[in-house]
Ligand binder design. Structure first.
Ligand code: SF4
Ligand code: SF4
Length: 194
C-alpha cells in the first residue's frame, strides 16, 4: 500500500515515545551538555599521537617515517623530521618528528593514518568538543596538542589497546631475547690471536 512505510515508521516512533514514559531504557537521548553519553568503544573523531611512560617527548612512539602523511587522502598531516635521533621509551635511538600537525578542519576521520602506521603511534580519539574561537589557526593541532598517553588509549579503546599492548610486549620480549642471544654468542666466542 502506498505510504505504508511512513505509517510503520510513525507507529514505531509513537511506540518508543509512549514506551519511554514506562521503560527508561527506551530513552535514547539525553539533555546534552548537562548530561553526556559515554563514547562507544568504536567511536572515532580525529587522530592523536601516543606516548609511552610519563614523558610525552621521550616516550613518543612516532618515528617520523611519514607514511601517514603520504597516505592521508586530503593531505591534512604535516610532518617535519628531526634530523637528530633521540632515545625512545626503551632507550633505543629513534628519529622523531620536529613538527607534526594535523588540520582537523580538513581531516575526514577516515582512520587511514592509523591503519598504515607500522608503529601503533597514531590512533583515533573520541574527543569531539573541539570548537575554537580562532577560525584560522585553532583547528590546526600541533604535536603538543596531539600527543596523549597510552593510558588515554586504554581508557577510550580498551579492547584495541589490550591487543596493541600484547603485540608490543611480545615484540619487546623477542628483541630482548635476540639481544641476550647475541651477547651470549659474543661472550662464548674465543678471542682471535693476532
Ligand atoms: S583520519 Fe584520514 S583524513 Fe584524518 S588525518 Fe588520518 S588519514 Fe588524514
Ligand atoms: S604516526 Fe606512524 S606512520 Fe605517521 S609518521 Fe609517525 S610512525 Fe610514521
Amino acid at each position: 500500500m502506498l505510504g505504508s512505510g511512513i505509517i510503520k515508521g510513525m507507529v514505531e516512533t509513537a511506540r518508543n515515545f509512549v514506551g519511554s514514559y514506562i521503560d527508561p531504557a527506551r530513552l535514547t537521548t539525553v539533555e546534552y551538555p548537562e548530561e553526556r553519553l559515554l563514547p562507544k568503544e568504536n567511536a572515532r573523531q580525529f587522530p592523536f599521537l601516543l606516548h609511552d611512560g610519563l614523558d610525552p617527548d621521550a616516550g613518543l612512539r612516532c618515528v617520523a617515517c611519514q607514511i601517514c602523511e603520504k597516505e592521508c587522502p586530503p593531505q591534512c598531516i604535516l610532518i617535519v623530521k628531526d634530523p637528530v635521533k633521540k632515545p625512545d621509551a626503551l632507550g633505543k635511538m629513534q628519529f622523531q618528528p620536529k613538527v607534526f600537525n594535523i588540520d582537523i578542519s580538513v581531516c575526514m576521520s577516515c582512520q587511514i593514518c592509523v591503519e598504515v602506521c607500522p608503529f601503533d603511534a597514531i590512533k583515533m580519539d573520541t574527543e569531539f568538543e573541539l570548537a575554537r574561537t580562532d577560525r584560522f589557526g585553532g583547528l590546526l593541532l600541533t604535536k603538543r596538542e596531539l600527543t596523549k598517553s597510552n593510558t588515554h588509549f586504554q581508557k577510550i579503546h580498551p579492547i584495541d589497546a589490550a591487543i596493541v599492548d600484547g603485540r608490543l610486549a611480545a615484540d619487546k620480549a623477542k628483541a630482548e631475547a635476540k639481544a641476550r642471544a647475541a651477547a651470549n654468542a659474543a661472550a662464548s666466542t674465543p678471542p682471535q690471536n693476532s
